[in-house]
Design a protein around this ligand. Sequence first.
Ligand SMILES: C[C@@](CO)(OP(=O)(O)O)[C@H](O)COP(=O)(O)OP(=O)(O)OC[C@H]1O[C@@H](n2ccc(N)nc2=O)[C@H](O)[C@@H]1O
Ligand SMILES: Nc1ncnc2c1ncn2[C@@H]1O[C@H](COP(=O)(O)OP(=O)(O)O)[C@@H](O)[C@H]1O
Length: 298
Amino acid sequence: MRISVKAPAKINLTLDVLGKRDDGYHEVEMVMTTIDLADRIDIYPREDDKITLDSSACFVPLGEKNHVYQMAQLIKRRLGIHKGVHFFIHKNIPVAAGLAGGSSDAAATIRGLNGLWDLGLSTEEMAELGSEIGSDVAFCVYGGTALAKGRGEKIQPLPSLPPSWVILAKPPIGVSTAEVYGKVDMAKVKEYPPMSCQMVEAILEHDYRKIHQSLGNHLETVTLSLHPEVRRLKEQMLRFGADAALMSGSGPTVFCLVDKESRVHRIYNGLKGFCKDVFAVRVLGDKYHVGLPKTVQK
Ligand SMILES: C[C@@](CO)(OP(=O)(O)O)[C@H](O)COP(=O)(O)OP(=O)(O)OC[C@H]1O[C@@H](n2ccc(N)nc2=O)[C@H](O)[C@@H]1O
Ligand SMILES: Nc1ncnc2c1ncn2[C@@H]1O[C@H](COP(=O)(O)OP(=O)(O)O)[C@@H](O)[C@H]1O
């Protein structure tokens, strides 16, 4: 038997850093949405009680450092499960890109094991357990569009965005989330307005123009100063016709939202001349408010 679970990437439509906390994390408000660029996790039961892992990508850790491994181990320990499992990660989401690839893989793991091992966990319970692996895992358990608060683990689902395309471009560098947060200057951040509240309004009003006007990311200036090529890519995106362009998460991926397919081709083709990793995908709708694996094959 094999269970296959889709693990979609996210983009940050907003990321407001509100302050530094005593536990070393930052208090944030973020509006995130899942997009149709996804890893696939195949899950196979094992005869023994081990956790093993393989991947189509050579640059993700295959042992205890992998978020999939960590998620499975946490479930086994916390719930006293003495069963084994093998994972194969089909990696499509660029790694260390600000797209939550590892977090989404962890979320897919808990959704998959919830089905395979008949754990009966609710979405809230999966999100709570997942957030012990990383701040973005709770959002990835819910999927769709949501406002995330706290260090990212408090999730309030929102309605879907108006149907639109997302064009993503990732320069050939990886970014450390911890390093970027570590370089945030709170005095400087206070000069930038928080955008999450306005973004929530724009989404509730289904106002595509206002969604564009509400895009914002407090981590962007940090990553842009560390990696000038991210700024250049953003400028290229605007030059090729994007209404607005923003970095996702801690970067380095930049994205734009596009509502007309004809413009998607122009921007995509233009960027392809500058950057190897360019993707044009759709924003996912409510169908990702799910707690179950996508397919079960015998
Ligand atoms: C920036 C964001 C935006 O969605 O995404 P990515 O760029 O990683 O995709 C997230 O806040 C990242 O979440 P995640 O990648 O799960 O980070 P974690 O593993 O929890 O934390 C990694 C490190 O980032 C810092 N960190 C993370 C979250 C937060 N609210 N404040 C922090 O200061 C901490 O130093 C922490 O040790
Ligand atoms: N399943 C996984 N997929 C991708 N990266 C993983 C995974 N498990 C652990 N990692 C590690 O997590 C770190 C962050 O990767 P990722 O989640 O892709 O980036 P981001 O947090 O920027 O969205 C990388 O250093 C990577 O080695």
